[in-house]
Design a protein around this ligand. Structure first.
Ligand code: IPM
Ligand code: MN
Length: 371
């Protein structure tokens, strides 16, 4: 038996997680294990009521699980950034989920906007660094009348940042990106391990031609890890160029490792070439601790409660969760069932079908139990 924590969150989050649990339960029944779900009421509703985002007690509780199944966060009643930073990023940082693994894979029968490309062309993994870069939350802004000197102190990765900025500018804002050797090395090494199991080819993303301090360090570390892995073919790409190659020659890629912010951007592009955000899963991984599985898409508040949202991204993330728990057979069965539902046309409106969110969940569960 596995205990799994579930956070439905906001918008369509609860309904897609409901279907995800249903399908994973069916996989458990078929492959001989039980999942015990513990729900956490983290999200906008509670925040509106009590002002709480994630409590210290919850962090302590969540640390006891190997896996968290996460729906989506984001609500029109709350200023953008509060829930995203206070919940999603908080969990990624607190549990040091330094790998954000995002498969970009076109399933059979799913249309891609890339003319002439098919499932054999679009099948790679993006390994997004998930704790550093421009996501570290060091920044500030000030206006003309304020004293034009800034000092910030911030403890991070055993470093203290003291920053004095003098400026005559009317208004000024800054935000700092941080890459540490440790932070780059662990995620790059993880990507090399994945590449070794696949086609032995790894692409690194950066913008070292302009942001030469942060991504200069990233490149240096990549080269060092590459030297220890001579059997893996490697290449560097700049982030602007890789967006072009994702569209023009996606078949070129097998494993792609990227700093945090570029990873955020290129995986939305990746989601589109694999058929849309409704089909794009992600896993936030700490190989030695609690990990968290979620769709790449957001909470789509417009569709909340309508039973219309596409649950596939979440269910696919559930397959990654099972894989993480060591249930490889069940994980593949979930993915096969998704492919069958597409072949049979049991899909939601965004994919041209008539099925509801729960129809898809029901179909997948039945299909796994039969299979
Ligand atoms: C994602 C999202 C998040 C990110 C936001 C909601 C904080 O866009 O998971 O890709 O930027 O990482
Ligand atoms: Mn994103």
């Amino acid at each position: 038996m596995y205990r799994v924590a579930a956070i439905g969150g906001d918008g369509i989050g609860p309904e897609i997680i409901r279907e995800g649990k249903k399908v994973l339960d069916a996989a458990g029944e078929r492959y001989g294990f039980d999942l015990a779900w513990d729900d956490f009421a983290i999200g906008a509703d509670r925040y509106m009521e009590t002002g709480e985002l994630v409590t210290e007690d919850e962090l302590e509780d969540l640390a006891r699980y190997r896996a968290i199944y996460f729906g989506a966060i984001g609500d029109e009643r709350v200023t953008p950034g509060i829930l995203e930073k206070g919940i999603l990023l908080r969990l990624r940082f607190h549990f040091d989920l330094f790998v954000n693994l995002r498969p970009i894979r076109l399933l059979a029968g799913v249309p891609t906007p890339l003319v002439g490309k098919g499932p054999s062309d679009i099948n790679f993994l993006v390994v997004r660094e998930n704790t550093e870069d421009f996501y570290v939350g060091i920044g500030s802004r000030f206006r003309g009348t304020e004293k034009k000197t800034l000092t910030i102190e911030r403890e991070l990765y055993h470093a203290r940042f003291n920053l004095d900025i003098e400026s005559d500018a009317e208004e000024l804002a800054y935000q700092i990106g941080v890459i540490t050797r440790e932070g780059a090395e662990r995620v790059i090494a993880y990507a090399f391990d994945l590449a070794r199991e696949r086609k032995k080819k790894l692409t690194s993303v950066d913008k070292a031609n302009v942001l030469s301090d942060v991504y200069g360090l990233w490149r240096e570390v990549f080269s060092e890890v590459a030297a220890r892995n001579p059997e893996i073919t490697t290449e560097f790409t700049f982030v602007d160029a890789i967006t072009m190659w994702f569209v023009k020659n996606p078949e070129w890629f097998d494993v792609v490792v990227t700093p945090n912010m570029f990873g955020d951007i290129i995986t939305d592009l990746g989601a589109m070439i694999q058929g849309g955000l409704g089909l794009a899963p992600g896993a936030n991984i700490n190989p030695g601790g609690t990990s968290m599985f979620e769709p790449i898409h957001g909470s789509a508040p417009k569709y909340r409660g309508l039973n219309r949202a596409n649950p596939i991204a979440t269910i696919w993330a559930g397959s990654m969760l099972l894989d993480h728990l060591g249930e490889q057979e069940a994980a593949s069965a979930v993915l096969r069932a998704i492919e069958r539902s597409i072949a049979e046309g049991v899909v939601t409106k965004d994919m041209g079908g008539h099925a509801s969110t729960s129809d898809v969940g029901d179909y997948l569960s039945r299909s796994i139990l039969k299979g």
